[in-house]
Design a protein around this ligand. Structure first.
Ligand code: TXA
Ligand code: MG
Length: 317
């Protein structure tokens, strides 16, 4: 049975109250949500996504004032970032309280908390008296969804309802930050750029780029966001037949690849537009009758850093 796509917040809320799974819109990507305080509902998320339980989940809250119900804010620096960027595309790692099940954090003592800014998601959180655990609503390791249709295509058979909130305005997952030894650490680049964070903090932050070896974030795997084609970064030496090849570029076409298999992220070279279109472009290319995709890296600043992070992971062996 395929899930229904709809805009009905009451239906979504009823399913969640009964311990079911609902795909939800956020400003970053669609999430696969369940009651974060209900162990068996959370277990169903891992099962539907085929996600290993060592990869912890983000918990979504309706407002900043809810944070202290579920975690301790023991860092002035993080408090500053929370007040500056939430609600929005940023997630905070904070010492968890006992009401957060160990399954949500994979047994870690910190929980990842985020206050999304999407109006439909916020309306949903407001009618619930529990927070929502939600990873991106894609099968484990595949491209994240930025429309309700993406979710339907990939997980439709495994969930109860898809709450449609339109196309995601940011298009990249949230930036994940925490504090270690009095320093802000970025564990995943995302919708808020490292530069924006450094501007607010007035100091350099530590960026842990590929955190797959970092025990604090076991789920940030090097290979991720992966289409099913062979992926090559443009700046590496490639020896492939161009007629079976597509191209994902920033603002200009590849001279040798057939134009009908090319996807430009932003013709006006705008990084925000490129972020919005990134996962749409990767999916579109993955559906074409080609074997290979050449990927061009974007300028390495602002949102370009997070986009390039996803592109490198998509291309990783
Ligand atoms: O924008 C987003 O963050 C989206 C939307 C739906 O909110 N969610 C998302 O979730 O991207 P997911 O599960 O695809 O990625 C969450 C990342 C994982 O890499 C996980 O390892 C890390 O957050 N994470 C979650 N809880 C953690 C924890 N307690 N400690 C360390 N890393 C954690
Ligand atoms: Mg994900």
């Amino acid at each position: 049975m395929k899930a229904e796509i709809g805009e009905n917040i009451e239906i979504a809320a009823e399913i969640l109250k009964m311990g079911g799974l609902v795909a939800v819109p956020t400003e970053t990507v669609y999430g696969l949500a369940a009651n974060a305080l209900n162990n068996s509902a959370v277990a169903a998320i891992f099962e539907a996504k085929n996600r290993p339980t060592f990869d912890p989940l983000i918990v979504h809250l309706k407002s900043v004032s809810e944070i202290e119900k579920y975690a301790t804010i023991n860092s002035k620096k993080l408090l500053k970032l929370i007040s500056h960027f939430s609600p929005g595309p940023i997630t905070f790692l904070l010492p968890k309280k006992n009401n957060i099940p160990d399954l949500v954090t994979s047994g870690l003592d910190k929980v990842a908390l985020r206050i999304p800014s999407h109006p439909v998601m916020n309306a949903l959180l407001t009618v619930l008296d529990f927070p929502l655990a939600a990873p991106s609503a894609n099968p484990f390791g595949y491209i994240s969804p930025t429309t309700a249709k993406h979710v339907l295509d990939q997980l439709g058979g495994k969930i109860d309802y898809i709450l449609d909130g339109g196309s995601c305005s940011v298009g990249l997952e949230s930036t994940i930050v925490g504090e270690e030894e009095n320093k802000i650490v970025v564990y995943r680049k995302g919708g808020i750029s490292v530069e924006e964070i450094e501007d607010v903090m007035n100091e350099k932050v530590i960026v842990i780029a590929h955190s797959d070896s970092n025990p604090a974030a076991p789920g940030m795997l090097k290979k991720h966001y992966s289409p099913n084609k062979n992926i090559y970064l443009e700046n590496t030496s490639i020896n492939i037949p161009f007629e079976k090849t597509g191209f994902l570029g920033f603002s200009t076409f590849h001279p040798e690849v057939d134009k009908k298999y090319q996807f430009l992220l932003s013709e006006k070279a705008d990084l925000k537009e490129a972020a919005q279109r990134l996962f749409v472009g990767l999916r579109w290319l993955d559906e074409q009758k080609i074997d290979n995709i050449i990927i061009q890296l974007l300028p390495e600043h602002g949102l370009g850093e997070a986009i390039n992070d996803r592109l490198r992971r998509a291309a990783a062996e």
